[in-house]
Design a protein. Structure first.
Length: 410
């Protein structure tokens, strides 16, 4: 199977798809799937810009709206995760994953799907130690604080991914796993990005939860973005153990290394997005403790039921209805370029895909729960969190970091 991997999209779908098609014509091949490692910017209309944390000069609707409205159709199946520059109100509608537009699938805040015979997992957002142990308390309309914290990785979502036991072929994260630079040409990276040097040697460059997932899941491939450069590495999991091939890519700009086609062994069959039985079982088991306030999840004794019971239940449900995700449904007005003032409200509706997904698993809809969601937030300091690095240099600005040489402060 040929898979195109893209770094930071920043809403530039037209150029990324054009690049894939150019590769297909030039090399005489057919690409089966496009994977995007975050900063996708699924902005449907002008109202969504209120949920997009970018500097004013980059607050642009870009091209996703064409695919959302049906004016354009993604020329190949596309799967993406979220980064730190997203229309967070829309991604929250699809917290469990779903079609953001026809043929464009969001993996969710955390998720695992099957594409043909391949299992693809992902974790959206970026790591911030101060918010890691909080629940998902942010709700639109976001304020100056929550428009940032909404895309910070949460322990609950990582905990769910840590329960995965079946082999993962591909994993996506926006920021790099902490320590991944040990497995690549770090000298070349520092020559390319000299302002990374201090964090590399202090071992603060990257995400600690992503590193934990890398060691647990041991996927064959791990793809990332965020740092706006191309970097390859490999991780050997123990002597004689499996090998993970890591690749990070740049953002979509002329002359930048933002896309690469990878050939991955797969079994013959239909190449389409399908639900993953194990992941649905994990979701059903842990949904009762999904933390929707600033408090963290309480995993407690109520979750001691054997996972095999959940898998058998999910397997029976999928045999009844099939494994294809529910169909795409538009939930807000489409962008009308000739009428820029008519773009809907900032309300977050219940997405019918999410409603149907929860009905499939016989789970309640809780994403619009607001009680206590504005409660005071008490964060633990890094001193109270053993092994957690508390630093603010976690966001890369959309500006070319080669010019600025600095991170965006949170």
């Amino acid at each position: 199977m040929r898979i195109a991997v893209e770094g930071c999209m920043h809403g530039d779908l037209d150029n990324v798809y054009r690049t894939v098609q150019d590769i297909e014509r030039r090399e005489g091949v057919k690409v089966d799937l496009l994977l995007c490692c975050g900063d996708f910017q699924s902005v449907r209309n002008l109202s969504d810009l209120d949920s997009l944390n970018v500097p004013p000069k980059y607050r642009s609707i870009n091209s996703f709206w064409k695919y959302f409205s049906g004016q354009s159709l993604a020329p190949l199946p596309t799967v993406f995760i979220g980064g730190n520059h997203e229309a967070s109100n829309y991604l929250w509608e699809l917290y469990y994953g779903g079609w953001a537009a026809p043929n464009i699938y969001f993996l969710g805040f955390a998720g695992v799907i099957k594409f043909g015979s391949l299992r693809i997992g992902g974790l959206s957002g970026i790591y911030n130690a101060r918010n890691y142990r909080l629940g998902h308390h942010e709700r639109p309309p976001y304020d100056d604080s929550t428009i940032r914290s909404v895309y910070h990785v949460r322990e609950y979502d990582v905990h769910k991914l840590m329960q995965v036991e079946d082999p993962i072929d591909i994993f996506l994260s926006h920021d790099w796993p902490l320590g991944i630079t040990d497995g690549g040409d770090v000298d070349q990276l520092i020559r390319q990005k000299p302002f990374f040097k201090n964090e590399i040697f202090k071992r603060t460059l990257g995400s600690k939860p992503a590193a934990q997932l890398l060691q647990k899941l041991k996927p064959t491939y791990w793809f990332s973005a965020h740092l706006h450069c191309k970097f390859a590495a490999s991780v050997q999991h123990g002597e004689g153990g499996p090998l993970t091939k890591f690749l990070a890519l740049d953002k979509c700009l002329p002359g930048r290394k933002f896309l690469q086609v990878v050939d991955i062994d797969s079994e013959p069959g239909m190449h389409e997005v399908m639900y993953d039985e194990e992941w649905l079982a994990i979701t059903r088991k842990f949904n009762s403790v999904l933390p929707l306030t600033a408090r963290n999840a309480d995993y407690g004794s109520s979750l001691q039921v054997d996972m095999q019971d959940y898998r058998e239940w999910v397997k029976a449900r999928l045999q009844e209805r099939g494994t294809r995700p529910f169909e795409f449904v538009r939930t807000v007005p489409c962008h009308i370029p000739s009428q820029p003032s008519i773009n809907g409200s900032s309300d977050v509706p219940r997405n019918p895909q999410t409603v149907s997904f929860l009905q499939l698993l016989e789970l309640p809809y809780l994403l619009d729960l607001t009680s206590e969601s504005r409660e005071p937030i008490i964060r633990m300091s890094s001193v109270d969190q053993p092994g957690v690095i508390d630093h603010n240099t976690e966001e890369i600005p959309i500006d070319d970091v080669d010019e600025s040489g600095e991170y965006e402060e949170d």
